[in-house]
Design a protein around this ligand. Structure first.
Ligand code: NIG
Ligand code: FE
Length: 419
């Protein structure tokens, strides 16, 4: 199949150029570099150049003559969307807990009673490799159909060495079989097993002494994530686990200050995490520390929406100099969605972000949150030809019309996958 394409006449070609070395902060989050009537040349899967059709035709006349042509008149051409925080690989669903929450029970009450993450852990432990693979593959395909070309995927529903490895192996197999790129994160510290709640230290030790070394040896993950939250992992335990991961080459990430303020943002800055995620209750001090330490803030408004909680204050964070990315947090408990475009709507409507900022947050800043901004996140020469074409006349419409799938075409490394 051809991996070379010439896309022409886009109503708007959004390149997101200029933020490959550093994530965009403050006003730079609004600089989406937009070419009207734009065209894009991809050759052998790699972006050659974005610009005006006439200019590109002149410059590359010999190379363009035999290339497949896509006419994007009236449409928006953007970098393939990037989801930097998902719990892609898991078994089962938890609609029963949704019903319980609608009756007034809280997310943490359900988890502390043995449901929540524990329920999905039981289902994931029980699932065969094939079942886990098939369920997760369906979700991955849905991501693609909604314009996403790269996702991060966490383990954390295994909670034993065997089952954490099983989740990560499934992610690896999906990476091999499915065109969407997967960046893997080990999250053995997602919950303390129910029968160890009273005495969690042995579990923390197993994460550090058994799981991290094996995950690292098998090269199954690039990142190490911890759910730092009252009643789950304390800041001290989280620090220990993240520092141990660093010894084995795993870069820290952290679920921080989601339900209560717990100094997770401060910890992210201290350990040099690449991102801290959630941040609904992050302190001003923590946000400032993250901004100074160049930690990306990954905000997950689907979680606040679905848990009926207060949204993270993205406006305050961006104004304070934090580089913000957005993600679905796709998981069966706190955010059962794969729709990153819906998350863009929520970013604008519920967190005070502008349409330009949400684009930055789901492309180049999302790429920075998972360490792949050198390869994806913008339509610049040398990057992968990962492109999503939306059937909307301008980028504003993307965060205006909500709950709809505007995806027209998805291209991965120059190949048309969805049309
Ligand atoms: O990011 N907060 C912790 N973990 C997930 C939820 C996982 C679940 O409920 O299954 C999250 O919200
Ligand atoms: Fe999460």
């Amino acid at each position: 199949m051809t991996k070379s394409l010439f896309i022409t006449n886009a109503a708007q070609l959004i390149t997101m150029a200029g933020h490959t070395d550093q994530p965009a902060k403050k006003e730079a989050m609004s600089e989406v570099d937009l070419i009207e009537n734009g065209s894009l040349f991809i050759e052998d899967g790699t972006i050659i150049e974005a610009g005006k059709e006439e200019d590109l035709r002149q410059k590359y006349s010999d190379r363009l003559s035999s290339v497949k042509h896509i006419e994007a008149r009236g449409k928006v051409v953007a970098p393939g969307l990037i989801d930097p925080h998902t719990h892609l690989v898991h078994a089962g669903t938890r609609e029963n807990e949704y019903a319980m929450r609608l009756q007034g029970q809280t997310y943490m009450e359900i988890m502390n009673a043995g449901g929540g993450i524990h329920a999905t852990t039981r289902a994931t432990q029980k699932a065969s490799d094939e079942q886990l693979y098939e369920e997760s593959k369906k979700r991955l395909q849905q991501f693609l159909l909604h314009g996403v070309t790269t996702v991060e995927a966490k383990s954390g529903y295994g909670l034993t060495l065997e089952h954490e490895l099983k989740q990560l192996e499934v992610a690896k197999q999906l990476q091999a079989d499915h065109p969407v790129d997967i960046i893997s994160t080990f999250m053995g510290a997602h919950a303390i097993p129910m029968d160890e709640k009273e005495n969690p230290e042995p579990f923390v030790d197993r994460v550090i002494e058994e799981m991290i070394p094996e995950v690292s040896k098998k090269k199954l993950a690039k990142y190490n994530d911890v759910f730092c939250e009252r009643g789950v992992f304390t800041p001290e335990q989280s620090r220990k686990i993240l520092e141990a991961g660093k010894e084995y080459g795993l870069i820290p990430k952290i679920h921080a200050d989601e339900i209560e303020p717990y100094e997770g943002a401060e910890l992210a800055a201290e350990v040099g995490a690449i991102s801290a995620d959630h941040l609904l209750k992050a302190s001003d001090k923590g946000v400032k520390a993250m901004a100074d330490a160049n930690v990306v803030g990954v905000l997950l408004p689907g979680t606040a929406f679905f848990l009926m909680a207060e949204f993270a204050d993205a406006r305050r964070m961006i104004d304070a100099g934090l580089a913000v990315a957005l993600s679905t947090d796709a998981n069966p408990g706190s955010s059962p969605t794969i729709s990153l475009p819906f998350i863009m709507n929520l970013g604008c409507l519920k967190m005070g972000m502008t349409p330009e900022e949400v684009l930055t947050a789901t492309t180049i800043n999302a790429a920075h949150a998972i360490g792949c901004a050198d390869k994806v996140g913008s339509l610049e020469p040398g990057k992968k030809g990962d492109v999503t074409i939306f059937d909307v006349p301008n980028h504003l419409t993307l965060s205006y019309q909500y709950g709809m799938n505007h995806v027209d075409t998805v291209i991965k490394e120059g190949q048309v996958l969805v049309t």
